[in-house]
Design a protein around this ligand. Sequence first.
Ligand SMILES: [Zn+2]
Length: 367
Amino acid sequence: MERYDGSVNICATVVPNIGEVDLLTIDFIRMKKHTHFLDPRKNFQETVIESEIRVDPLTQSTGRIAHFSKLDFPAIDVEELSKQSLAGGFCPFCPNNVESVTPKFPSDITKQGRFRQGEAVVFPNLSPYDAHSAVTVVSRNHLVPMQDLTATRLTDALEASIQYFRAVHQRDKHLGYGLINWNYFPMAGASLLHPHLQVFATDTPGNYLKLEIEGSRAYRQQTGRSFWEDFLAEEKRLNERYLGDTGSVSWVVNFIPFGFIFDVTAVFRERLTVLDLTHDDVFSFAQGMQPVLRYMQDHHIYSFNLALYPSATPEDDVWVHARISARGSFNPAVHAADVGAIRHMYNEPFAMFYPEQVAEEMRPLFF
Ligand SMILES: [Zn+2]
């Protein structure tokens, strides 16, 4: 990847209703920093190194873009990794085990014990995260490389998970936040290689979604408008990180990635809770995942996290969105984690690549 040499500061202004309300602003604030030192690589001549601090327009959280190494990772042998993952043990999610070693739901959730759609199967999590907590196994195959995460497989896994949320909602007359997340492959935190989603309903949405809700509510209070509608309009107008639409879903590369490589967000337009999602919405999302997965494969990126961020009620004012965060290693030769002190101790995202450059490369794959 070449070094990005685009514009320095973006202060965009959205003016949807001049005369009716005050000027509304969605600002993508970028602060360039310059470090001077005498460079041993250039015979100790003075050199200037650039880095950047960004401020998220919704949460006002900061993040850093720096270092700018090449987006170039070594290939790994996923077949070998799969063999290792099965050596000396067994996989509870493989078809010959899943029926006997995974729990079943009580009959007031489903009389069938588990939810199924296509290859996907949903069962209670033996190690729950909340009162309603499940696991969705995505495939019958133990090893599913990225090229085999087809739109059908992804749709079935997500819709099976939503079936579970509908049953919880029907029984309790309450769901809360329907959270779905995925650690795909070990570098994203997967302890089992067999692809599976974590699915749970909760009234405690987690710190980040809480910040998004507070930001969205504040934006509505100040402007009378949806942050998400204005955000997408502004990303499309700037056309720096916007990737395209698949049906009812709009795709952008995140202004501040959580991971050190890149994040992509898919916004389900005008959908608030997870129960609002239709088959077409989910399939449109699964279709849009294909170019993102292709981009990762092209760059030898083998792991990602995926999380769904929904509202619990319309008052939260957050449009359902999914975020995909590419994961890897700072130095694969020594198995260095991709989360260091800046991210872990200061809770400050740090990325090595300009999101605008990633978007420029990924955008052609969307059309
Ligand atoms: Zn398995």
